[in-house]
Design a protein around this ligand. Sequence first.
Ligand SMILES: [Zn+2]
Ligand SMILES: [Zn+2]
Length: 350
Amino acid sequence: MEPCACCEVRPAGWAISARPQRRYRGWRPVGPTERVRVCGWCARWLAQLAADARSGEGRLFGQPGANGRHLVFDDQCAVCCESPAERAERVAWEREEQAAGELFLCVPCARWLLGLATSGRTLQGSRGRHLDGGYGAWPHPRLRGMRTWRRVRDRGVAEVIAAAAAAMGLLEAASPEEADAVLAEAGAGAADLCRELGPAAGRVIVLAGPGAQVETARALEAGALGWATVPATPQQLTAALARLARGEGPGGWDPATCLPLLEPGRVGRPWLWVEVPGAGEAWGTAWLVRRFSRGYDAVGAVDGGVGVVPLVPPGAVGRVAERLRQAVPGVQVEVRGAEEPPWRRFEAAG
Ligand SMILES: [Zn+2]
Ligand SMILES: [Zn+2]
């Protein structure tokens, strides 16, 4: 029997399957089912993580949470309790092809759970993250004395901020006007705050859930520096604060994805281009790419898609592409900018 994809130790007698759904007069299956083979122990561990995330238990950084919302309808996400607009996934626990349980999940929560199903050993404490190598660690710059002010409702994000603040020696500012960095959650008045701050809005990092496109765009119009996703990881938050500490200000951004305009060709290293699968999917794609990228990766809009410049040795870019293919299923992820061998160029030139 093949080994479990999650712990890579025990034999995989179970599978976690994910069936993409689209709303069209009710939820209907679209696209192929993805199956990750896991052992019984990991299958139970993953089910428990989903239950803990909904109830707000557990201490997994970057985990989604219900934040006081309750499950009332059966097409709410069983983890974060949001109601997905157009796309969702049915995630089932299967033993010998028999479903032993199923959750209806929003795409971000489904991708979070599937991501854990293929990299559980990190969290189970048995080794460093396979896909990231040393890069998955949490390097934090010296930001001691940086004054931050926050307006955040999400419990998970509040915990991430508290951990980052403790690790980096951040100070708490009494008001947004006095802060070097302002962390404001969309849905908690981020856009209004940016307008009130005027030119000082350039210090605002908007924390945006998957449904926060409109407010994020309004905050960027009002001069916010940029945005990070909710849930956030310590790496993502740290990287956003480090950009502010380096004196980076807001620049041009793309209204469809709300991402900064990226010129990856200038970086001189391989980068990834992620397709936007259709009109109206730009924000959703950008959000998933950001959510499942490392904080130090540059993510931006390029060629009608989403560009990612991963901060990894060039040889590891393929593994980042693999991770993004899992995070944003069904879309094309191309490696670009890798130096072509000279003979191929001669051939192309005839
Ligand atoms: Zn396992
Ligand atoms: Zn969810």
